[in-house]
Each structure stands twice: as C-alpha cells, then as structure tokens.
Design a protein around this ligand. Structure first.
Ligand SMILES: [Zn+2]
Length: 381
C-alpha cells in the first residue's frame, strides 16, 4: 500500500517549484489540484473544466485525495513546463491566452483548445489557418440598436480589405448594414453586461463617435474563435501599417479591455443642473471617458478627454460646496483646462476605484496623438 502522507508531501513540494506554482491554464497562484492524466497542476476553477473532459483529463486534489506511487511519479516526471512544451508549442502570437481574472468562456475554451482539440501542438496548424483566414464568416446574435432583442445577423471579417461587415438579410448580395474598418475595431467579452455567458462587445469609431455592437453565439468555441479571428485581422493590419514594429509591441494593441466601467451621476456644464445617472466606460489607452444612458447603448452620449497632470488635469475625492441635485453622496471632482466635472458614486469603494483609475491616466504623459484627440473632442463641443 502506498504511503499516503509521504506521497502528499512529495506533491506539496512539487507544486512549490517555480513552473508548478501557478495554474497551468490560467496562471492563478497556488494551484491545489492536479490532472494526473496530463501531469499538470491547476487551480480549483480550471479543475472544473478538466472534470468535464474525462476522456483527456482526470482530476485529483493534491491535499484531500490519496495518491498512488505511480501517479506521483508521473506528476514528478511531467509538470506544467513539460505540458506547456507539448500543448502550447505553437500558440499563434495573436491568440489570446486567458488569465484567471478573465471570463469563464475564454478560460474553458483555452483548456479545450489546448488538450481536447490539440490546436497548438507542434504538428497542428489547421486551426491557426482558420483564425487567420482571409475571410472569416458566420452568424452571430446581435442586439437591436434601439431595442433589447437579439437578432441573427451574418458577419463577415475580411483580411482582403480589412473590414468587418454585417448583413441584416441572409442574402449577402444586399448592401451590408455596416462596414467597419479593422483599424478602429475592438472586442471585449462582457458576459455580465450583455446577460449571456458568451456576450462580446465589439466597438469601433465612426465619424468621431464610438459605436458598440453587442453579440453572442450559443457555442463557446464559435464566439472565442470570432474573438481570435478579430485579433488575427487586427494583427495582420497593424503589421502592414507599422512594418518596423516588433510583434511584441503590436500584441497589446489587438484588443483592449476597459480599465473601469460602471454607473456614476453627472451634471451638465452648469452646476445647478440636476445630476443624471450615466453608464461610464474608461478607455485609458485613448484617454477617453465615455458615457452612455444605459450599459448597452449603441452610441455614447458624450466623451470626456483625460489629459496629463502637466497639462492641467487633476482628480480628487471631494464635492465642491453647494453641490445639489445628487442622489448619491460619494463625490469625484475632476479639473480640466476647460471645466470642472463632478461625478457622484453610490459607494465609497467605487469612488476610490474611479479616482485611482483616473489618476493612473493623469500620471501618464500625453503622446502626440493624444493632443490631436483632445483638439478634436474640443471641436465637437
Ligand atoms: Zn486556473
């Protein structure tokens, strides 16, 4: 009979090694579980996905379960680095590798792509050709612009002319409803906001306004493929637009999540105006604070540019005297060269998070393109 205590201690030592001390799939610290079929250490969350794939992975707790000698030997001989060499041998540079903070569908599909479909083993390339194909097309459920209904729409992403088009009719000989330049495209998973596990927000800039499309696909693999196809198209476009740039400089530009989103109250330019509840999105890369009437609006109501400290921008937690008409009590005051903005948060925690997020942007020096954005937003007012 195996010596359970000794085996557990061997595993507890193994999981401390640098390569094993983070989940093999999402990099969460201190994994407590192991797949004894793949020889990897994973977090509780990822172990749940592995349990759903019994043909390729088998899970045990390294603390709560008893381990036989041969399984412990197998874990010792393999481990996270060895598995990565096999299952992540050829991950395309544009492919999004999720972290533990990411949404469930991204993490689940990453695990399935690696071990179930073996998309990234040395001998496997057909999947990568699919993502980076000249034309990527399919149907997605898209939220109507002025209502809550999701309707099936045909989408077509092309690397021939670097556009994303969608069609209201199945017949594609008709004019597309929108032709979106890949240059201005962003995609970010938003399951909570959209109310669907596979909800994806696609944003682009049109005539100086940010437009949002809210889509999902019932199949998790499909929606993650769309996300990576958009990243592949953006990567091909950026390589062409910036021929001298390193790939590592372009990858962070492929898709960008927002620094912070949520409700705050704001007034118009006159402080005696009533505060109105608005949905805010901070796009820190472009130094833009967008606000909308509701979280799922297609177009923003307005944009506030956030410059740098040396350019006259500052933010603090406070409420100027005489402020009235606000329901919420936690104030954020932002001074800009043009005017003062007052935002009200419902809770102190949100107030602190918003101030910290704004301060991060303000502390960063402005780049030449930021001055152009500031000037164009001033013209719009
Ligand atoms: Zn994990």
């Amino acid at each position: 009979m195996a010596n359970w205590d000794r085996n557990k201690n061997i595993l507890l030592e193994l999981v401390k090694l640098p390569n094993n001390s983070r989940c093999a799939d999402c990099c969460a610290p201190d994994p407590d579980w192991a797949s004894f079929k793949l020889g990897i250490f994973v977090c509780l969350n990822c172990s749940g996905t592995h349990r759903n794939l019994p043909a390729i992975s088998r899970i045990k707790s390294i603390r709560l379960d008893n381990w036989d000698d041969d399984l412990v030997q197998f874990m010792k001989a393999n481990g996270n680095a060895a598995a990565r060499n096999i299952y992540e041998a050829s991950v395309p540079v544009f492919y999004y590798t999720p972290q533990h903070q990411d949404c469930t569908v991204l993490k689940e599909q990453w695990i399935r792509a690696k071990y179930e479909r073996r998309e990234f083993t040395a001998e496997s390339t057909p999947f990568q050709r699919t993502y980076a194909a000249e034309v990527y097309e399919g149907s997605l459920w898209k939220k109507g612009k002025d209502n809550k209904h999701f309707l099936k729409r045909r989408f077509l992403l092309s690397q021939k002319d670097f556009t994303l088009k969608y069609f209201t009719k199945e017949d594609q000989s008709k004019m597309p409803k929108a032709v979106i330049a890949v240059k201005d495209l962003n995609a970010v998973f938003q399951p909570e906001k959209i109310g669907h596990m596979h909800g994806l927000q696609i944003s682009y800039v049109q005539e100086d306004h940010t437009r949002n499309l809210f889509v999902y696909h019932d199949n998790g693999q499909e929606i993650v493929s769309w996300f990576n196809a958009i990243r592949a198209a953006r990567f091909a476009f950026l390589k062409m637009a910036f021929p001298g740039a390193n790939e590592s400089e372009l990858v962070p530009l492929l898709t960008r999540s927002y620094q912070k989103e949520g409700y705050m109250e704001k007034t118009g330019p006159m402080h005696w105006e009533l505060f109105k509840k608005r949905w805010f999105i901070l796009n820190s890369k472009d130094r833009k604070l967008l606000y909308f009437k509701t979280p799922l609006d297609a177009v923003e109501l307005g944009v506030i540019f956030i410059g740098s400290e040396s350019h006259g921008y500052s933010v603090k937690e406070c409420l100027p005297r005489g402020t009235r008409g606000n329901k919420w009590k936690c104030g954020v005051t932002m001074d800009t060269p043009d005017r003062q903005f007052i935002f009200m948060c419902e809770q102190e925690r949100e107030q602190k998070e918003w101030v910290a997020a704004f301060q991060k942007v303000i502390a960063r020096p402005m780049l030449p393109q930021d001055y152009a954005t500031e000037a164009s937003l001033r013209r719009r007012r």
